[in-house]
Design a protein around this ligand. Sequence first.
Ligand SMILES: Cc1cc2nc3c(=O)[nH]c(=O)nc-3n(C[C@H](O)[C@H](O)[C@H](O)COP(=O)(O)O)c2cc1C
Length: 364
Amino acid sequence: MASKLREDYPWTASPVIINAPMAGIAGTPLATAVTGSGGIGMIGIDDAAKLQAQLEDASNIFGSSSSPSPNPAASAFYQERGLLPIGVGLLVFHVKTLDLVLPALCQHPPALIWLFAAPSLPDYAAWTSMLRATLPTTKIWIQVGTSSAAVEVARTAAPDVIVAQGSDAGGHGFARSASVISLLPETTALFAAEKRLLSTPRPPPVLVAAGGIVNGSGVAAALSLGAAGAVMGTAFLAAQETTLHPAYRAAVLDARDGATATVRSAVFDELRGPNVWPGVYDGRALATQSYREWITGTEIEVLREKVAEAVKGEDKGFGGRAPVWAGTGVGLVNEVRKAGDIVVSVREGARAALREALAAVGDL
Ligand SMILES: Cc1cc2nc3c(=O)[nH]c(=O)nc-3n(C[C@H](O)[C@H](O)[C@H](O)COP(=O)(O)O)c2cc1C
């Protein structure tokens, strides 16, 4: 499985680390730094109008003949296959129509497009076939949070990769979810048993893990659970290259004990007005003052007024009123670092953790 990822994204080093396409937070600087260090860098689209410029920047970084490439193998991939060595994440319910992003994607096709948060699972099949008709060499990744959704999406959309997102994940995810420790093995077992999947013209999707992975031992665990690579979102909130308000980053760096510092709730999506997310989603964020007041009975209208007031302040409300999306791994995310250093240290940490685990079991 791991070799399939390295075949499709040949600039990567093993184990493959991917940054989550956090909309508005993961832009070109983060994506190019992650790819530059042998991971798979992702841009998360919050505004379709910005995509063209973001992809152009990436094209200049990997396609320039005048300045050194951050990863010569990634530049060679770009030159040979005509695909940018990064991915683009789209929130299906938010982007609404591919027409808004297709011109930019066609001009600078990325190595992969990651789809998430479709209003319903059948939407993925429609989006995947439209994208494949227009961008036949771009791989399609789809993120889901349950083994049954993984099987349905594999059957109907046949993406190249399914990102199995566990309940520890920061940001939005399936409200009814399991941690990767059970989600991945069950999904792997279902894929193995699913004869109809095998009869589709495409091979079963490669599985990648997301949710609560912030260091080498988390990546090592994901690999032993059957994942071919690991996605990290929360860990990259500490990266210099993310587009993040200083007060947001400070709240993440200060948080300890992700079990109590974070919580899954749909209330975070109600704080700035009525929730626009499809009903199956909620989100994991820091258990802020807004959250504490909500669970002790404060009306949502009152909380909205406080948030509206707080976002006018210098900290843009990230001192406790506005949502600070983060996963349960947040307690281990304590210092600002370069994204490339995060990728390299997590990759080396994973290798060390795997060696230590083998040594611990002794003779096999
Ligand atoms: C701040 C933040 C923003 C996110 N935004 C997106 C997004 O726009 N699109 C998406 O597909 N996933 C998004 N996610 C979820 C990630 O894809 C991924 O599942 C998650 O970060 C993995 O868990 P971790 O945060 O514990 O590493 C976001 C996560 C975080 C923490």
